[in-house]
Design a protein around this ligand. Sequence first.
Ligand SMILES: C[S@@+](CC[C@H](N)C(=O)[O-])C[C@H]1O[C@@H](n2cnc3c(N)ncnc32)[C@H](O)[C@@H]1O
Length: 244
Amino acid sequence: MIKRIWILTLFPEMFKPFLDCGIAGAAFRGERSEDFKFELHFVNIRDYSTTKYKSVDDSPYGGGPGMVMRADILKDALLKGVQEAGGYESLDQLEVVYTSPRGTVWTNKVARDFGVSILGSPDKDIVFIAGRYEGVDERFLSKYVTKFYSIGDYVLTGGELAIMTILDSAVRFVPGILGNKLSSEYDSFEDGMIEFPQYTKPREFEGMEVPSILLEGHHKKIQEWQHQEKLAMTKNWRPDLLKK
Ligand SMILES: C[S@@+](CC[C@H](N)C(=O)[O-])C[C@H]1O[C@@H](n2cnc3c(N)ncnc32)[C@H](O)[C@@H]1O
């Protein structure tokens, strides 16, 4: 199966290092699974500008600082650059995602739900819209966007990093994409706690030994130790998680 992801952006080049590196890059280059291949397509919003100087924004009605991305140009980028170019009969075949401070806050749970039921599902292809300037004309958002996500309570200068964050954290939950199926289940947040401490070679580093229990090979005892360490680490580093 091929899952197409379309990214509407003014800066497609920002995604190159993301696609060139690591496990997520390989996944989105379509190289992690024979049965489930991602195909990433970039649409440069500027290509759909109708103005002399290829602008995509204009000043806000009512005044105020900054510029706003134009609804008509984004509509053309979506309808011509994605729907027509991709051969979709209807926009119902697409999930249109806009990243914005107003959206559902991105947590591990939201990432898992998105990974399983949107990114990893054959139902719909996905379009991401990367906002810039002061954001996007509300009329485009209300007519065409189906999902809004925020990556946290702070303001980025553009949606590209938010889109990469969403893709990187959600792809871990798409079945068959991670090398070790179990590893996402053991990662931080899966059971409301952060991860236990990890050790590798050398056994002794600057006078500090690896905890002896990890060297004894007693699986049940190691699991019990890891659980206690998770509790202690969470209490120490993220006590807010335990309260939740
Ligand atoms: C400078 S921001 C616009 C901020 C907007 N004027 C506001 O006050 O909410 C430009 C773009 O970055 C993206 N962005 C900014 N903060 C974000 C966040 N926390 N999560 C997701 N996307 C964000 C959005 O796509 C936004 O349109």
